[in-house]
Design a protein around this ligand. Sequence first.
Ligand SMILES: Cc1cc2nc3c(=O)[nH]c(=O)nc-3n(C[C@H](O)[C@H](O)[C@H](O)COP(=O)(O)OP(=O)(O)OC[C@H]3O[C@@H](n4cnc5c(N)ncnc54)[C@H](O)[C@@H]3O)c2cc1C
Length: 302
Amino acid sequence: MLKLDSVLIDALPDIGGQCAALYPEKPIYDIPAHPGIEAAMLIEQLERQIAPFAPRRFLNQRVEQLSGASGDFTLVTGTGQVIHAGAVIIAAGAGAFGPNRPPLDGLEAFETTGSVQYYVKRREEFRGKRVVIAGGGDSAVDWALSLSELAAKVMVVHRRAKFRAAPESCSRLDQLAAEGRIDMVIPYQLKALRGEAGRLETVVVETLEGEEKDLAADCLLPFAEWGLALERHHIPVQFATCETSIPGVFAIGDVATYQGKLKLILQGFSEAAMAAHAIHPIVRPGAALHFEYSTSKGVPAA
Ligand SMILES: Cc1cc2nc3c(=O)[nH]c(=O)nc-3n(C[C@H](O)[C@H](O)[C@H](O)COP(=O)(O)OP(=O)(O)OC[C@H]3O[C@@H](n4cnc5c(N)ncnc54)[C@H](O)[C@@H]3O)c2cc1C
């Protein structure tokens, strides 16, 4: 309605999120103007409603990388599709928000052997290993503390000296680093992985100035967390705009959280409108946005 171009990306083969995938035949009773509507029918009606705007769809592919800054983001999906966007709206629901895979050549081979993992499934697997942990959020810090108890060596790679984790965990990290029980590799970021047949031998890191360093390691745990501040797997947003901690990245629907949040479809619709209005000046800088009703604006001919 604001004449912005958009593309729609979903990990599932069909659009419709929970309504289509989890409860298509259940009637929903709290969608305005529908005294009762089956979830699949709601999605069908929404399909009809967006048809005139014809957003491009990238289905069956998960967004795995998000980089760049407001006005110039790059997203990469699991199938290698690269999408450039001025702004991003994350409507990833709850619990489906996967890892932000680091853009490293040959990563897949190391994932297959378990040399690179995004979640710690079995802590014991890391006993006696040399572990590189990348990231600066709660997951990175918590696992560095936990694995330092049994790993041969724990190295924490982070771009900045400041960590975005609970203050008491950060103090404990500082303490273990001072005692030489955790190596802090700062200010570095991941550059490349080396090894044979998917068995990791070296993690190459570099500074922003391109100064490289080799870390001998058996495994890598990248907890990039999209650079977003997260609260129990939800993304805190500014109430009036739905903007996240990253300027130009917005979150709506079940994944977004703020004080008084209601996880309702109704709420998601409203958040989408707020985010779209906040995005307009980012994507069309200098262009005036006059508030208009759809009754005056109409829609493009389908
Ligand atoms: C049984 C049941 C009954 C419900 N009844 C009601 C009701 O009566 N009224 C009501 O208002 N609400 C109801 N809800 C809640 C409602 O369904 C949710 O609030 C709504 O679906 C949230 O929409 P969403 O778009 O935020 O997330 P979702 O519907 O969860 O959609 C998220 C989408 O994001 C995709 N995704 C996630 N991560 C990625 C990624 N990295 N890359 C690409 N795609 C990704 C997922 O595949 C998914 O399709 C009900 C929920 C359930 C389970």
